[in-house]
Design a protein around this ligand. Structure first.
Ligand code: NAI
Length: 283
């Protein structure tokens, strides 16, 4: 199938990045959010990143203007009636996502693929809320979207081969590398990353080494660009806890139990960089 027009739902951190890379690759984009204000915030973010790229001579002024002109803001989800593809990037809440998928299913053309950027929620369950479970798929971009090369393409139980292929081809068009993943808690990326972060937190909890030294072990010893505790602060400790709970509940295996220190920090409101305090302090 040919994908020309894409609706991105949610103009936040991830949605604005997804809209940007789609428009940069020549797709017409409808950027949807619940309010004009939220869309303008997302649009402003895209404008700022593209302006930075022009300043650094990575792209021309013309390319920036062409990219921006391909993104149409809209608060009207019904406009999906003209789209071949939807990428949903709204709040990580199953009830809210399922409601949006029902609305999209009712209004989108029958050929349209409905993808979700969820980092942890089951694709198969979202698909079951629609009448086109074979055309529902996970398209999990990494943050920040314009920089990170990976897209996990997640097949729900009923996702068709045609849908998978169309989405994998689109990821390639976006200059991303797609990996094929089946629908299990945490998919592949977070199933591997989060237990590593959780284990680093256990190491702090059990006083194996200091926060700084644990990060140094992984940076200098394993060549990771960033230590796991710094990374946890960037992701948000509430998000890390949430994903550990998804793994713990989903597998029922004690190896995924969230570290009590992680829970304690979240309860204290120490959420990482966004709250000014996590494993490190931010001014
Ligand atoms: P965000 O909070 O920055 O943005 C969410 C946006 O969705 C907000 O602008 C909000 O107004 C909008 N929204 C909420 N309900 C809506 C609705 N019914 N219709 C239209 N818009 C609606 O969140 P973020 O970080 O961009 O995350 C979005 C999704 O991407 C989540 O599912 C998250 O798990 C996933 N994700 C997040 C990553 C991250 O590092 N932040 C990485 C990979 C995936």
């Amino acid at each position: 199938m040919t994908i020309k027009k894409v609706m991105v739902i949610g103009a936040g951190q991830m949605g604005s990045g997804i809209a940007q890379v789609c428009a940069q690759s020549g797709y017409d984009v409808l950027l949807n959010d619940v309010s004009e204000e939220a869309i303008q915030k997302g649009f402003g973010h895209i404008d700022k990143l593209l302006t930075k790229s022009v300043d650094k001579e990575r792209i021309s002024e013309q390319k920036k203007n062409d990219t921006l002109s391909r993104i149409q803001p809209t608060t009207d989800i019904q406009k999906v009636e003209n789209c071949d593809m939807v990428i949903e990037a709204i709040v990580e809440n199953m009830d809210v996502k399922t409601k949006v998928f029902r609305e999209l299913d009712a209004s989108a053309p029958s050929h349209a693929i409905l993808a979700t950027n969820t980092s942890s929620l089951p694709i198969t369950e979202m698909a079951a809320a629609t009448n086109r479970p074979d055309q529902i798929i996970g398209m999990h971009f990494m943050n920040p979207v314009p920089v990170m090369k990976l897209v996990e393409v997640i097949r729900g139980l009923q996702t068709s081969d045609e849908t998978y292929q169309a989405v994998a081809d689109m990821a390639k068009e976006l200059s991303k590398t797609a990996v094929e993943v089946n629908d299990y808690p945490g998919f592949a990326a977070n199933r591997i990353l989060m237990p590593m972060i959780n284990e680093a937190i256990y190491a702090v909890h059990e006083d194996v080494a200091s926060v700084e030294d644990i990060d140094t072990v992984m940076k200098l010893g394993m060549n990771h660009p960033m230590g796991p505790l710094t990374l946890a602060d960037f992701i948000g400790l509430d998000t890390c806890l949430y994903i550990m709970e998804v793994l713990h509940d989903g597998f029922g295996d004690s190896k995924y139990r969230p570290c009590p220190l992680l829970r304690k920090y979240v309860n204290a409101g120490w959420l990482g960089k966004k709250s000014g305090r996590g494993f490190y302090q931010y001014s």
